[in-house]
Design a protein around this ligand. Structure first.
Ligand SMILES: [Cu+2]
Length: 124
């Protein structure tokens, strides 16, 4: 089964713990609701993130979708140290991240630093 992860800029959530599963369910509801405008998907492989550029409004949730098997799992990080995904190991493993603050984020796959994307977050 692919793993599904949800995270906002301020809270790291584990869907594996009993308490965490409730939080994950709440995150799904938030994600589906008006609070989290569900934005684009970024696809992850060994050599690229696709697309490589996104322009978003503050509060947009981006869906990161792993498309290839990776021992240890792909970890999405940003140059500024704000963003860090859980390991996404299997095709179909996914992670949601909500960009709550404006700014420019240079993100890349920790194991493949050349696989990067630039995300620009602007006020609504
Ligand atoms: Cu890889």
């Amino acid at each position: 089964m692919p793993k599904r992860f949800f995270q906002t800029a301020h809270a790291l959530r584990s869907p594996h713990l009993p308490v965490g599963s409730w939080i994950a369910i709440a995150a799904v509801l938030i994600c589906a609701g008006a609070a989290g405008a569900h934005g684009q998907t970024i696809e992850i492989s060994h050599h690229e993130m696709k697309p490589t550029r996104l322009n978003l409004f503050v509060g947009t949730t981006v869906h990161f979708l792993n498309t290839v098997a990776m021992g240890g799992g792909h970890v999405v990080v940003d140059a500024g140290g704000t963003i860090k995904s859980p390991p996404l190991a299997k095709p179909g493993d996914e992670w949601h991240y909500t960009f709550d603050e404006e700014g420019e984020f240079e993100i890349f796959i920790a194991q493949h630093p050349k696989a990067k994307a630039r995300i620009r977050v602007v006020p609504k």
